[in-house]
Design a protein around this ligand. Structure first.
Ligand code: NAI
Length: 414
């Protein structure tokens, strides 16, 4: 019987692992993967599915950014892949369920641009307070509007952070260094950093804050969580900053609050509808309103963030290939494994059905192998089993495990 898939004849050395990186992933990723001993090819463009399918059989690992779509049909035709690197934040471009069913973990770098977003918001707090956007464009047009009215220092003002996660809490620390008082509201109980204080409700935060900055994810609960009612509850003369997701704010209601001068300004980086590329035109009801800073979703777009993404995903791939750890995989049971020494580590991905573990351990004992350590993590569809054996018999055992009907992938870490 043909095994479901015996991974690449149980690769024996790192140089046998070929990695394809597309879409001009930051060169640091190639450097780090090569340093780890892998053979890396870097393409600058985003290949179509057809092009990818023509070459992918030569590679064990694929690294993409946001423009390469990986569909169910791609995974059906590429079951040999060991892992995917999504060198970006989002993973919507990947059919994660299909990858999971083929035993292929996908690693991304969700927090590599946290600092970049927090820094942009700090810049915007000062820029709004000093009407920098309008003064700057006026001066470019030849206008000289020197005045202090409506321009304020940020020291001592209250910053209300909605969503105290990675970005919100980072912003909290930076803002306090500027002398802002920080309050925050989060669904989940969070440890306040520095002198920040949690509010009991969103309403309480809106009523107290001079600046409201949104840092929540896009969920059904956060859809238009800032609408006309919430804007009305904000202090007269306060400012709204949104660098989270465009759906979080009712943009028409915000335009209304700005026109009525209930709000003194806003800085918006994300929109309910955003152009798909730099070639498309952008339009928004917020255009041409005074003291409104509009940016094209650049909160996380910095060279440092791209570098960090390259390092983070490359390191996750190295950890997975060489050690079996799946920490940070978005579609896979997460296992953080100890370094394997003086043993051979067999990795097996199988369908999560009763009795599989018994079958596998039956093989181990039939072969007279000695288990030094075993780790199992499961999700609804698959089981991820790591078995450390005393050196010697691992190849035989792995080949037999790979032959089991419910095995999806089996390999020995190189
Ligand atoms: P995170 O997951 O670390 O933090 C989100 C926080 O929001 C969590 O503490 C969570 O408990 C809280 N939260 C969720 N639902 C809530 C609700 N209904 N009310 C109050 N709090 C709620 O996420 P992270 O990394 O801080 O990112 C925050 C947002 O920033 C996300 O929407 C992300 O997509 C966006 N983002 C935007 C970028 C840009 O370029 N503008 C770049 C990176 C992230």
């Amino acid at each position: 019987m043909e095994p479901n898939f015996v991974h690449s004849n149980l690769l024996k050395s790192t140089s046998q692992i070929k990695i394809l990186l597309v879409e001009s992933i930051h060169p640091v990723a190639k450097e780090q993967l090569e340093e780890a001993g892998f053979d890396v090819t870097l393409l600058s463009h985003s290949p179509s599915e057809e092009e990818l399918l023509q070459i992918i059989s030569q590679y064990q690992v694929l690294g993409i950014r946001s423009k390469t779509n990986l569909t169910n049909s791609f995974f059906q035709k590429s079951p040999h892949l060991l892992a995917l690197g999504a060198f970006c934040i989002g993973t919507n471009q990947i059919d994660l369920e299909a990858a999971n069913s083929k035993g292929i973990p996908a690693f991304n770098a969700p927090y590599s641009n946290t600092r970049s977003v927090a820094e942009l918001v700090i810049a915007e707090i000062i820029a709004l307070s000093r009407q920098l956007g309008d003064r700057n464009s006026g001066a470019h047009r030849g206008e000289w509007i020197k005045m202090a009215v409506g321009s304020r220092e940020v020291r001592g003002k209250v910053l209300g952070i909605v969503g105290y996660g990675h970005i919100g809490s980072q912003l909290s620390v930076l803002a306090e260094a500027l002398g802002l008082k920080v309050i925050f509201y989060d669904l989940v109980k969070k440890l306040p950093l520095g002198n920040a204080q949690a509010t009991a409700s969103l309403e309480e935060l809106l009523a107290l804050a001079d600046f409201v900055s949104l840092h929540v994810p896009e969920t059904p609960q956060t859809k238009e969580m800032i609408g006309a009612g919430e804007l009305g509850k904000m202090k007269r003369g306060s400012y709204l900053i949104n660098a989270s997701r465009g759906t979080v704010v009712d943009i028409e209601a915000l335009a209304g609050a700005l026109k009525e001068q209930h709000l003194m300004g806003a800085a918006i980086d994300v929109f309910p509808e955003e152009p798909a590329s730099n070639k498309e035109k952008f339009s928004s009801p917020l255009q041409n309103l005074s003291n409104v800073i509009l940016t094209p979703h650049i909160g996380g777009s910095t060279e440092e963030a791209q570098y960090n993404i390259g390092v983070e995903v490359a390191q996750s791939l190295i950890q997975f290939i060489k050690n079996g750890s799946t920490t940070g995989a978005v579609n896979f049971p997460n296992v953080d494994l100890p370094i394997h020494r003086r043993c051979r580590r067999i990795i097996n991905v199988h369908k999560n059905e009763p009795g599989v573990l018994g079958e596998i351990n039956g093989i181990v004992s039939k072969e007279g192998a000695n288990i030094l350590g075993q780790f199992l993590a499961t999700d609804a569809n698959i089981g991820y089993l790591v078995t450390d054996l005393e050196k010697g018999e691992a190849e035989r055992v792995a080949k037999e495990i790979a032959l089991l009907k419910r095995s999806i992938h089996t390999r020995i870490v190189v």
